[in-house]
Design a protein. Structure first.
Length: 146
Protein backbone atom coordinates (compact mmCIF):
# COMPACT_ATOMS: atom_id res chain seq x y z
CA UNK A 1 0.00 0.00 0.00
CA UNK A 2 2.85 2.40 0.79
CA UNK A 3 4.44 1.80 -2.62
CA UNK A 4 1.09 2.40 -4.32
CA UNK A 5 0.58 5.61 -2.33
CA UNK A 6 4.03 6.85 -3.32
CA UNK A 7 3.25 6.11 -6.96
CA UNK A 8 0.04 8.10 -6.65
CA UNK A 9 1.90 11.04 -5.11
CA UNK A 10 4.42 10.98 -7.96
CA UNK A 11 1.55 11.22 -10.45
CA UNK A 12 -0.65 13.71 -8.63
CA UNK A 13 1.90 15.88 -6.78
CA UNK A 14 5.10 15.78 -8.82
CA UNK A 15 8.11 17.81 -7.67
CA UNK A 16 7.49 21.54 -8.12
CA UNK A 17 10.98 22.12 -9.51
CA UNK A 18 14.55 20.90 -9.42
CA UNK A 19 14.99 22.03 -5.82
CA UNK A 20 11.91 20.19 -4.50
CA UNK A 21 13.99 17.58 -2.71
CA UNK A 22 11.06 16.33 -0.67
CA UNK A 23 8.88 15.14 -3.54
CA UNK A 24 11.54 14.11 -6.07
CA UNK A 25 11.98 10.38 -6.72
CA UNK A 26 14.25 9.19 -3.93
CA UNK A 27 13.59 12.37 -1.96
CA UNK A 28 12.63 13.13 1.58
CA UNK A 29 9.15 11.71 1.34
CA UNK A 30 10.56 8.30 0.44
CA UNK A 31 12.80 8.33 3.54
CA UNK A 32 9.70 9.12 5.60
CA UNK A 33 7.68 6.39 3.86
CA UNK A 34 10.38 3.80 4.59
CA UNK A 35 10.44 4.70 8.28
CA UNK A 36 6.65 4.73 8.55
CA UNK A 37 6.08 1.52 6.61
CA UNK A 38 8.67 -0.39 8.64
CA UNK A 39 7.18 0.97 11.86
CA UNK A 40 3.77 -0.29 10.80
CA UNK A 41 5.18 -3.72 10.07
CA UNK A 42 7.38 -3.99 13.17
CA UNK A 43 5.60 -1.78 15.68
CA UNK A 44 6.19 1.76 16.82
CA UNK A 45 8.30 2.37 19.91
CA UNK A 46 7.22 5.37 22.02
CA UNK A 47 9.45 8.35 21.33
CA UNK A 48 10.41 7.16 17.83
CA UNK A 49 7.89 9.03 15.74
CA UNK A 50 10.53 11.33 14.25
CA UNK A 51 11.99 9.87 11.07
CA UNK A 52 15.61 9.69 12.18
CA UNK A 53 14.75 8.30 15.61
CA UNK A 54 12.56 5.66 13.98
CA UNK A 55 15.33 4.65 11.57
CA UNK A 56 17.84 4.38 14.44
CA UNK A 57 15.41 2.27 16.45
CA UNK A 58 14.66 -0.02 13.50
CA UNK A 59 18.40 -0.56 13.00
CA UNK A 60 18.98 -1.14 16.73
CA UNK A 61 16.23 -3.77 16.70
CA UNK A 62 17.71 -5.50 13.65
CA UNK A 63 14.71 -4.58 11.48
CA UNK A 64 16.78 -2.42 9.12
CA UNK A 65 20.43 -2.96 8.13
CA UNK A 66 22.63 -0.50 10.00
CA UNK A 67 24.31 0.75 6.82
CA UNK A 68 20.92 1.37 5.18
CA UNK A 69 19.68 3.22 8.26
CA UNK A 70 22.83 5.36 8.30
CA UNK A 71 22.42 6.21 4.60
CA UNK A 72 18.75 7.10 5.10
CA UNK A 73 19.57 9.29 8.10
CA UNK A 74 22.27 11.12 6.10
CA UNK A 75 19.85 11.57 3.20
CA UNK A 76 17.10 12.84 5.52
CA UNK A 77 19.48 15.39 7.00
CA UNK A 78 20.60 16.48 3.51
CA UNK A 79 17.02 16.75 2.18
CA UNK A 80 15.91 18.81 5.17
CA UNK A 81 18.96 21.10 4.96
CA UNK A 82 18.43 21.79 1.26
CA UNK A 83 14.66 22.13 1.60
CA UNK A 84 14.96 24.57 4.50
CA UNK A 85 17.62 26.73 2.88
CA UNK A 86 15.80 26.92 -0.46
CA UNK A 87 12.50 27.79 1.22
CA UNK A 88 14.13 30.44 3.40
CA UNK A 89 15.97 32.10 0.52
CA UNK A 90 13.66 31.78 -2.50
CA UNK A 91 10.46 29.99 -1.49
CA UNK A 92 8.92 26.98 -3.17
CA UNK A 93 9.10 25.99 -6.80
CA UNK A 94 12.32 27.77 -7.69
CA UNK A 95 13.94 26.54 -10.88
CA UNK A 96 17.10 28.61 -10.49
CA UNK A 97 18.71 30.00 -7.39
CA UNK A 98 19.89 33.59 -7.28
CA UNK A 99 23.64 33.87 -6.47
CA UNK A 100 23.06 34.75 -2.80
CA UNK A 101 20.75 31.74 -2.28
CA UNK A 102 23.17 29.46 -4.11
CA UNK A 103 26.05 30.66 -1.94
CA UNK A 104 24.05 30.14 1.26
CA UNK A 105 23.01 26.66 0.20
CA UNK A 106 26.55 25.65 -0.70
CA UNK A 107 27.81 27.05 2.60
CA UNK A 108 25.47 24.84 4.67
CA UNK A 109 25.54 21.74 2.45
CA UNK A 110 29.30 21.63 1.91
CA UNK A 111 30.30 20.75 5.47
CA UNK A 112 27.43 18.28 5.73
CA UNK A 113 28.72 16.48 2.64
CA UNK A 114 32.33 16.76 3.81
CA UNK A 115 33.15 18.95 0.82
CA UNK A 116 34.44 22.38 1.74
CA UNK A 117 34.30 24.67 -1.27
CA UNK A 118 31.36 22.71 -2.70
CA UNK A 119 30.23 23.84 -6.15
CA UNK A 120 26.69 23.77 -7.50
CA UNK A 121 27.45 20.92 -9.97
CA UNK A 122 28.96 18.92 -7.08
CA UNK A 123 25.89 19.56 -4.96
CA UNK A 124 23.54 18.49 -7.75
CA UNK A 125 25.60 15.31 -8.25
CA UNK A 126 25.48 14.58 -4.50
CA UNK A 127 21.70 15.11 -4.46
CA UNK A 128 21.27 12.79 -7.44
CA UNK A 129 23.45 10.12 -5.80
CA UNK A 130 21.53 10.39 -2.51
CA UNK A 131 18.21 10.17 -4.37
CA UNK A 132 19.36 7.04 -6.19
CA UNK A 133 20.43 5.40 -2.92
CA UNK A 134 17.11 6.27 -1.26
CA UNK A 135 15.12 5.03 -4.26
CA UNK A 136 17.02 1.73 -4.21
CA UNK A 137 16.28 1.34 -0.49
CA UNK A 138 12.64 2.26 -1.07
CA UNK A 139 12.12 -0.33 -3.80
CA UNK A 140 13.94 -2.98 -1.74
CA UNK A 141 12.17 -2.30 1.55
CA UNK A 142 8.75 -1.01 0.48
CA UNK A 143 8.28 -1.83 -3.20
CA UNK A 144 8.22 -0.20 -6.60
CA UNK A 145 5.99 2.89 -6.70
CA UNK A 146 3.08 1.91 -8.92
Amino acid sequence: DAAAMRGRLLRELPPSGPWDVKMRPGGGIEVEFIAQALQLVHGVRPGCQATRAALRHLADEGRLPADTAAMLIRADRLWRTVQSMVRITVGRGADDLPPAAEEALLRVAGPQLGTPGLTLPQLRAALDAAAQDVRTAFTTLVGVPE
